[in-house]
Design a binder for this molecule. Sequence first.
Ligand SMILES: Cc1ncc(C[n+]2csc(CCOP(=O)(O)OP(=O)(O)O)c2C)c(N)n1
Length: 366
Amino acid sequence: MEQKTKKGKIEGEFRFTMATVEMRGFEAYYESESSSKLQQMYRFMRLARCVDEKCVNLQRQGKIAFYLPQIGHEACSVGSAFTLENEDWVFPGYREIAGALVRGYSLRDLFSQFRGTVNDAQKGRQMPVFFSDRSIRWVSTSAPVGNRIIHAVGVALAAKLKGDKIVSLVYFGDGTTSTADFHTGLNFAGVFQTPTIFFCLNNQYAISLPFERQTASESIAIKAKAYGIDGVRIDGNNVLQVYNVTKAAVEHARNAGRPTLIEALTYRLAGHSTSDDPTRYRSSAEVSEWMRQDPVEKFKVFLISKNLWSNEMEEKLKEESVALIDDAVDYMEKAELPSKETLIQDVYADVPDNLREELDDMLSSE
Ligand SMILES: Cc1ncc(C[n+]2csc(CCOP(=O)(O)OP(=O)(O)O)c2C)c(N)n1
């Protein structure tokens, strides 16, 4: 599938331009990958799904305060995370837990962050799911949804100026494309040609707002044209397509210093957060339709058809996943919460008197 851009053939191995990738099945990408890599991808997708189920339950039991369900996004998160090198930077959105596991974020650290225990590197000061870890170059997402886009462009530009062959990958949803930061980031990336991958998970809702109320454009991918960068729409429920297209974009960024906008079409199978009731704004028929496109189940069926997976392997994987998660939850539950004194630590070298007074008042009023 050789494509031409308006400037002619693009350099390197990059073959995808302006929303030209058809929704192809797994078969189209199967031959080129090793069996063990495919199985690894599946393992992470299933583990992430088990984490998700556990977290919703923990939130309902009051053991974690809040959670952002990830179900349905596993193919996007795992397929793209598999394309990155250790030195690349990731700017996640709300639903990239699976990718963090791929990059080596531990389950114990993850659950410690969800509850904000003394073992949480952020000391419980961030929202649950807003975890970060410099050692895996995973930057905390931020509540204002577009910020991370310009941060990712800034890091990529810095790398380019320093001559480092690294890329930055930023994830965001369809709703985030309506922010000024989306425009600023993509425009800047186009003008300065930064090695940034803009990975839009078009899950068709921004909380309750459906995609058709978000934009009058025929797609998100087509917006890349206005910024002078490559854009492509892919099937976000096909982990092999996500992997192959993102890999091509990452190589293009690393070797030719070019940005790409990837729009992965998918669906948020659960609510926006544990505070949301999605039955208020979408029909059960619609959800059922997308349940049939479940990226984890679809990939499992494909692997079984290739004799790369079996029901016995599935049972074993589920048992292993549950054991790992139980260990992490146990670790989380046994840990204390940070003491109130920690509230005024780490911000000032010398804590101002007024803060110390406020803390003393709070402690003495207990
Ligand atoms: C700048 C900004 N506006 C509004 C919000 C409130 N808000 C939080 S999440 C969200 C929806 C984001 O939708 P999308 O970007 O599609 O990501 P998704 O939640 O679907 O993964 C909104 C509007 C916010 N956090 N930041």
